[in-house]
Design a protein around this ligand. Structure first.
Ligand SMILES: O=P(O)(O)O[C@H]1O[C@H](CO)[C@@H](O[C@H]2O[C@H](CO)[C@@H](O)[C@H](O)[C@H]2O)[C@H](O)[C@H]1O
Length: 649
């Protein structure tokens, strides 16, 4: 437990350092920020009496011995602010220090003395006495102090003690008798990919061209130009490991496989190896590394699925039987997440006596793939494993390589999802996949973009996943796919699609939000140029995202009241870059004209900030001038359900 360091008490008691921002659960969990971007810190700092208070922000990266110091300045109502810039990814701690500036307090009192001819010599001597005790400052400050002290001693003029440069020199040179440091607050700085990225999820074995034939990593390499041309940043692979044979699942989640069925890639482990092996039909480890290198060459980063569970054929079941709990009849309980049943896998027992070795083995699996060049992991249903395990694993890995990122694939209870984010997951799945109405989106986004969620929960908006074909996509209407894509790609700075979305795949298992003939259980071959595909639309959206910093942030969001309940409107602003985007996205198919109130939108930086006067359509390039504080524009969802407008002054 962090403790506030108690100072030598002054006559006015100790300082109160409260309402510290940013902090998550009082500093217990790290606030999340991006490397190279200023971290603003605010606190209420006060104490009884009228002495002049000074404050500073002290911070360091975990492992560094030296504290760095940044000044804090007082704003109105005892609110103080300061900032620092974390320059490397990793964990940081910061605290706030407060102390009395005794010379400034003396000066303040001296300046209040009546100018009525009274003798203030004694007061002046007290001030001068403080100069003789100043000892902690820079040589330049020392020179100022000595000079002003000598002037005072030679002339007896108190004006020498009131020189502004002396006040400044003394501020950094006095012994801080009542220095108080707050508790420590934790912070994590991540690389920029965490803040923004477009993800493309695919099953490697389905990337070939011959129906029924298992694809290889070479086939995956051949797919990269198409994925890169759509403007994606991350290519997320379903598990690439050997697949169990016992209790293998068949097509459409059948609990018995037919001859030739490849099984679910989430049933990890077979005679060929476990979590650190590559499915032989995909190729070798060298082939995988070649895929990672080829992805990099296309500007894509590879993310791997990390699923803890094991097929009954996983080598760990024979090598470490103690990690798996047997039922009274000797069988093992298969994994489940009610109502889902995963009959082809068992979960290791996190309560086993040898759980420490299991934890280390799982950590080593992650480190193994880090060695192969992977820096992003989608963690499969983390909410069914102990939270303390994830906190430990993420820390263990990131202490070795702070560039490694973890996405929590948890569609769980809200508090549990937020808990996972607090204890270290870099990004999180979200409920966006099911939020379709304007009020639902506004409410949900409002929650995620507010304090304190915005400081620890970084959502990744997936429009679909291999497990979820949401009802609203099941009619296969192009405008709806585009609308969902535009919402995900602009409301959130990180978003993803599962492959097949670009082809408008939409055939469900009747009555369910699942894909019929899901490639979780079979090999698929697709015509990636299928007529009606929305690849050009995806590419255009990703291009717009890359060109507009406002769309690369999440919490910079403000909804506007569009005069049509079937359209959601919002503003995103990147203040530092002077980039402001207004968006209006149709949630239903009708052609309409909408009024966008933009009168209070300001554009530009600092003194150059001006009210918006026109907008530029980022798709068509057309420019429209504002009239009467807003603009009326047409949305034709059949063509494009989203209006994306750059605001110009
Ligand atoms: O956490 P979720 O419920 O969203 O689902 C994830 O984990 C599931 C278990 O790994 C996984 O389910 C798939 O793999 C299972 C094991 O092979 C299999 O029994 C299921 O039928 C299959 O859906 C799911 O895909 C993953 O996203």
């Amino acid at each position: 437990m962090n403790k506030t360091l108690r100072p030598v008490e002054s006559a006015h008691g100790t300082f109160h350092i409260t309402d510290v921002y940013p902090s998550v659960d009082g500093g217990r969990f790290p606030v999340k920020r991006i490397v190279g971007e200023p971290v603003e810190v605010w606190a209420d700092i006060y104490r009884a009496g009228h002495d002049v208070i000074s404050a500073a922000l002290v911070w360091r990266r975990e492992g560094d011995s030296e504290w760095q110091v940044a000044p804090m300045t007082a704003h109105s109502d005892d609110r103080w602010g300061g900032a620092f810039v974390p320059d490397r990814p990793g964990r940081y701690a910061f605290a706030i220090e407060a102390w009395t500036d005794e010379f400034a307090s003396w000066r303040h009192r001296f300046e209040q003395k009546p100018r009525d001819g009274s003798d203030h010599t004694l007061d002046a001597l007290e001030g001068a006495g403080m100069l003789t005790q100043a000892q902690a400052g820079s040589p330049a400050a020392a020179a100022v102090i000595i000079r002003q002290c000598e002037i005072f001693l030679q002339t007896g003029e108190p004006g020498a003690l009131l020189a502004p440069e002396l006040r400044e020199a003394m501020a950094g040179s006095q012994f801080r008798r009542d220095l108080m440091r707050s508790q420590l607050y934790a912070l994590t700085a991540d690389r920029p990919r965490v803040r923004s990225g477009a993800w493309y999820q695919m099953f490697p074995r389905s990337q070939g061209k011959t129906p029924g034939m298992h694809a290889t990593f070479n086939d995956c390499i051949a797919r990269l130009p198409d994925i890169a041309a759509m403007g994606f940043d991350v290519v997320l692979l379903a598990p690439i490991h050997p697949i169990g044979r016992q209790h293998r699942k068949g097509r459409n989640n059948a609990t018995t496989a037919q001859a030739g069925d490849p099984g679910s890639p989430y049933a990890i482990g077979a005679a060929e190896g476990g979590h650190d092996a590559v499915h032989p039909e995909l190729g070798t480890l060298d082939d995988f590394r070649a895929f990672v290198a080829a992805s990099q060459a296309y500007g894509l980063e590879v993310a791997l699925d990390f699923a803890v569970q094991c097929s009954p054929d996983h080598p760990w079941l024979t090598e470490h039987p103690e990690w798996f709990k047997r039922r009274p009849d000797g069988s093992m309980r298969t994994a489940e997440h009610p109502p889902q049943r995963w009959e082809d896998v068992v979960n290791p027992d996190f309560g086993s006596e040898d759980a420490g070795a299991l934890w280390r083995a799982l950590r080593d699996v992650v480190l193994f793939w880090v060695e192969q060049g992977v820096r992003i992991f989608r963690v499969d249903n983390p909410h069914t494993k102990p939270l303390a395990f994830w906190e430990w694993l993420i820390r263990e890995v990131r202490d070795r390589d702070a560039d490694v990122l973890f996405l929590a694939e948890a569609f769980a209870r809200p508090k549990l999802m937020k808990g996972l984010a607090k204890l270290g997951f870099t990004q999180s799945y979200s409920y966006f996949t099911w939020r379709t109405q304007r009020f639902e989106l506004e409410q949900y986004l409002g929650e995620l973009a507010s304090y304190p969620e915005r400081d620890f929960f970084r959502p990744n908006f997936f429009v679909n996943t291999p497990d979820v074909l949401p009802f609203h996509l099941q009619s296969g209407e192009s405008w709806m796919f585009k609308s969902r894509l535009a919402l995900a790609a602009t409301l959130s700075s990180s978003y993803g699609i599962y492959s097949g979305f670009e082809l408008l795949e939409h055939t469900p298992v009747p009555g369910r939000e699942e894909y019929l003939n899901s490639e979780k259980y079979e090999i698929r071959v697709r015509n990636w140029e299928q007529p009606g595909n929305i690849k050009p639309y995806i590419a255009a959206l990703n291009r717009i995202r890359r060109g507009n910093p406002a769309l690369q942030q999440f919490a910079n969001l403000r909804f506007i009241s569009v005069d049509d309940g079937g359209v959601i409107g919002f503003i995103k602003e990147a203040v530092d870059q002077g980039n402001v985007i207004a968006a209006a996205i149709a949630l239903s198919a009708e052609l309409r004209e909408v009024w966008l109130p933009l009168g209070d939108v300001m554009v530009g930086r600092g003194d150059a900030r001006r009210p918006v006067s026109a907008v530029e359509d980022l798709v068509t390039g057309e420019r429209h001038a504002l009239e009467w504080g807003g603009i009326r524009l047409r949305i034709d969802p059949a063509r494009d359900p989203a209006l994306l407008l750059r605001c110009v002054a």
